[in-house]
Write a protein that binds this ligand. Structure first.
Ligand SMILES: [Zn+2]
Length: 298
């Protein structure tokens, strides 16, 4: 006789507790101070998904693939030019398939002083994968990025921030410095696995600070962009204002194939200009923020 499957409201305490405690925020790594007396850290990131948003679901839509190609032809160059103009270093999270499609793009990103981090093989959903497949893809992705860009990645952002029950142990076993896919805080924190310290630092994200949430559309479903670019700017600005007031971290996620348009790229331009209007702000890559947070936790 097989055990009857319990409904969540029937679960014993040990069961719901184990689920909640599997991957958890531990010690805060909010630093006592930022480098050079800075009051606030700003970590900008760009997820160069390009064609993999279509490929990862097995799609072959030529139209959607062309939107992905826009990310390489227009999105990334616009963003890199803008970052160079403001002398800001940022982090790019790149699926390995994108790195193989566009090796020159990755070499330019590295040559201009930015960071490249792991973002899956083909933007796969980790929580749908068998453990061994997830492990093999994550290791192959790191190797591929290193081969293409010439620098070994030290951080991962899981595609779609989809985190499987195995992701953290794989990340820890690979010796990665940080993950940037979870949302338990506004400051960096240490990740616990079943209550044990992993040494892996989380640099937290939030959908609030992600352009895709506001701008995604799907021609064949009801999904449309409903937030005007000026409102998106306002949300990001207020997130920064709070981080500056708290003396904390402002982290942002954008996508070249979503924000790299004439009517939207100004958000990034204006935001950097606004932030630069404040005294003592430290713009840094995710790697630099994590290294500092780990070394100077209060
Ligand atoms: Zn992505």
């Amino acid at each position: 006789m097989t055990a009857e499957k319990l409904e969540p409201w029937q679960w014993p305490e040990a069961q719901w507790r184990a689920i909640v405690e599997h991957v958890r925020a531990g010690r805060s790594l909010r630093p006592a101070q930022w480098p050079n007396g800075a009051r606030c850290a700003v970590a900008l990131s760009f997820d160069s998904d390009h064609e993999t948003n279509e490929l990862r679901d097995g799609g072959e839509s030529i139209g959607k693939l062309s939107q992905g190609q826009y990310g390489n032809r227009q999105g990334v160059p616009r963003i890199l030019d803008l970052l160079a103009r403001h002398d800001v270093k940022a982090s790019f999270f790149v699926p390995a398939v994108v790195a193989l499609l566009y090796p020159d793009e990755q070499r330019r990103v590295i040559a201009e002083g930015h960071e490249i981090g792991i973002h899956g093989w083909i933007h796969e959903r980790n929580s749908t994968l068998p453990r061994e497949a997830e492990r093999e893809l994550q290791m192959r992705s790191a190797d591929t990025l290193e081969r293409v860009a010439g620098v070994r990645p030290v951080g991962i952002r899981t595609p779609s921030w989809d985190f499987s029950p195995h992701t953290l142990s794989i990340t820890r076993d690979m010796g990665l410095l940080y993950d940037s896919s979870l949302m338990a805080d506004v400051d960096c924190y240490e990740l616990l696995l079943d209550g044990e310290r992993t040494g892996v630092v989380e640099l937290p994200v939030e959908w609030i600070r992600d352009d895709a949430v506001y701008f995604n559309m799907n021609r064949f479903a009801g999904l449309r962009p409903y937030t005007p670019p000026s409102d998106v700017f306002d949300i990001f600005k207020r997130e920064f204002d709070g981080a500056y007031r708290d003396g904390g971290l402002f982290q942002l996620t954008m996508h070249p194939h979503i924000s790299g348009y004439r009517s939207r790229i100004w958000i990034l331009d204006e935001l950097i200009r606004y932030i630069r209007g404040h005294e003592r702000v430290w713009f840094a890559t995710h790697r630099d923020v994590v290294e500092h947070a780990r070394a100077h936790a209060a």
